[in-house]
Design a protein around this ligand. Structure first.
Ligand code: HEM
Length: 493
């Protein structure tokens, strides 16, 4: 079977670019009022593709659909069933909210958007350099926008110069997509690499298992003539090819509570408060890793970012430098496949079944190459320095992260990260802990997870307790970010 290279002209640009130069961005979450008008608008919408342009564009438009949105545009159930179950069922269904930790203060009933009974259809993303933003939004909306859509919510973003609202550099580590399918999959990979199969981020290509993720395959007819054939079923039209799933969550950050907690636990010493925060994130505020950079390059780590990304946790097996529970060590433990030749199958089984010796070293953390995501979120709210956060007389205002990630398999990528590595009460030998930034601490029926353990060299680990809930989920939904061909198909062009 031959695989063609990716046609960037058919892929929405967000898969390839973060649009970092376009520091103004807004997200319109809309419901379709008039399908015919919505199709007219969609046909004219200047959606930006992933072709690299010189000079780069000053503005970009991206469009994604919820499952009810696709149904609204006329996709019959037979086609909808080709999409993944998690996309079709949505983020706020009962089983999923428990899986994601969306209970209590995070419960979908409390969300500002995306909760039960508040159906959304489209996510329209506007990016532009600041001086072009207003005119770009206006011209893109055009005359049909208000006839076609009802705006459920308009989410603005802010430019914090690469930091997230707690004050730590963000967007540093991203997987590198193997666009040309240079790496063989399936494979056994005993060393960590940052290169990940294109099929992990685009439907219609081989993923890390060497397989092609399920997506709707259509019988050819006059309406879908423009869609590409499926590589694994050439007599079918591939509605998913060059598209992907987009996860969006509005994560409100209580910046004052975060710094107040750190400051109290550091005995009123701001420098020490910063050090505790650094351990919780797993990088310094400036974004440096807590481990020395290794000499050997890591495949897929660009020389430009080597100072921040050329490391694994192999040099820190006890978590003394970067605690196991730190946000970045949880979300990317930088490990590779289980080294079967060093540990017998029987012993592996014993450990999997939980009868092995207890402790950090024997815990199995699944290989990361099956669980990478592309992060494309943006911050909102104004900057608040740690000093300002500690002043109680300043008015509070909403701040946080419009978390957005792209992945071809929501269950195995985003949901696995959120459930097994972030929200789980047991991770890497730790109990009574969840992600120190994101944990919601008290899920009904689960142990309290308000601890954070920092192993120490030759001494007992230091454990900080009483962590509060610093992040609250305010909205969320799963979307499909289609190829440009699929977009034209939805628009009936
Ligand atoms: C308000 C919420 C969040 C904050 C403040 C936050 C903050 C950060 C920071 C400061 C970094 C280090 C910089 C970098 O490597 O880019 C980071 C890395 C990362 N975060 Fe988050 N994050 C949040 C939510 C999430 C969520 C919900 C997920 C996934 C479900 C996630 C996944 C990741 C991943 C995969 C990395 C890169 C780790 C690596 O490759 O080393 N984050 N985050």
């Amino acid at each position: 079977m031959t695989y063609s290279l990716v046609d960037y002209a058919d892929v929405q640009g967000l898969v390839r670019f973060g649009y970092g130069r376009m520091t103004s961005a807004s997200y319109a979450l809309v419901r379709v009022k008039d399908v015919a008008a919505a199709k007219v608008w969609l046909r004219a919408a200047p959606v930006t593709n992933a072709v690299e342009k010189r000079p780069p564009p000053t503005a970009a438009l991206q469009i994604a659909f919820t499952a009810p949105g696709l149904a609204k545009f006329g996709l019959p159930p037979s086609m909808m069933n080709g999409f993944s179950r998690e996309f079709r069922n949505g983020m706020s269904e009962d089983y999923r909210r428990r899986l994601l930790g969306d209970v209590d203060r995070n419960a979908p009933e409390r969300w500002d958007w995306g909760g039960p009974g508040r159906e959304l259809h489209l996510l329209v993303m506007f990016f532009a350099e600041p001086e072009h933003f207003d005119s770009f939004v206006q011209s893109t909306k055009g005359n049909t926008w208000s006839e076609a859509f009802e705006e459920v919510i308009w989410l603005g973003t802010s430019n914090l110069d690469g930091d997230e609202p707690f004050g730590f550099a963000d967007g540093i580590s991203q997987p590198q997509i193997d666009w040309d399918e240079q790496r063989q999959t399936p494979c056994t990979q005993l060393e960590y690499t940052n290169i990940v199969a294109v099929g992990e981020f685009l439907l219609g290509y081989r993923n890390e298992y060497g397989k092609i993720t399920d997506r709707p395959l259509l019988d050819p007819d006059a309406t879908n003539a423009e869609l590409l054939p499926a590589v694994d079923a050439p007599d079918k039209k591939d509605l998913g090819r060059n598209g992907t799933y987009l996860v969006m969550r509005q994560l409100e950050q209580d910046v004052r509570e975060f710094w107040k907690f750190l400051y109290e636990h550091a005995g009123g010493n701001l420098a020490e408060a910063g050090q505790l925060g650094t351990k919780m994130v797993g990088r310094t505020q400036g974004g440096d890793p807590l481990l020395p950079i290794q000499d050997e390059p890591i495949p897929g780590t660009e020389p430009r970012t080597a100072k921040q990304n050329q490391f694994t946790y192999e040099a820190d097996p006890a978590g003394v430098r970067c605690p196991f529970g730190a946000h970045v060590r949880r979300t990317n433990p930088r490990n590779s496949d289980f080294p079967e030749q060093r540990i017998g199958a029987l012993r592996k089984l014993i450990i999997i079944l939980g009868f092995g010796p207890k402790g950090f070293y024997n815990d199995l953390t699944s290989s990361v190459r099956f669980h990478r995501i592309l992060r494309r979120g943006r911050e909102y709210g104004s900057e608040l320095s740690p000093e300002q956060a500690l002043q109680s007389d300043l008015p509070n205002e909403p701040r946080g992260l419009h978390f957005i990630c792209l992945n071809a398999n929501i269950a195995r990528q985003f949901e696995f990260l959120q459930n097994a590595w972030i929200a789980n009460t047991k991770f890497a030998g730790l109990t009574g802990e969840s992600d120190p930034l994101l944990g919601n601490r008290r899920a009904p029926g689960c142990p309290v997870t308000d601890n954070f353990t920092m192993p120490c060299e030759g001494a007992l680990p230091r454990r900080v307790s009483g962590l509060r809930q610093f992040v609250t989920v305010k909205g969320g939904a799963y979307f499909f970010l289609p190829s440009l061909r699929a977009l034209r198909y939805f628009a009936g062009a």
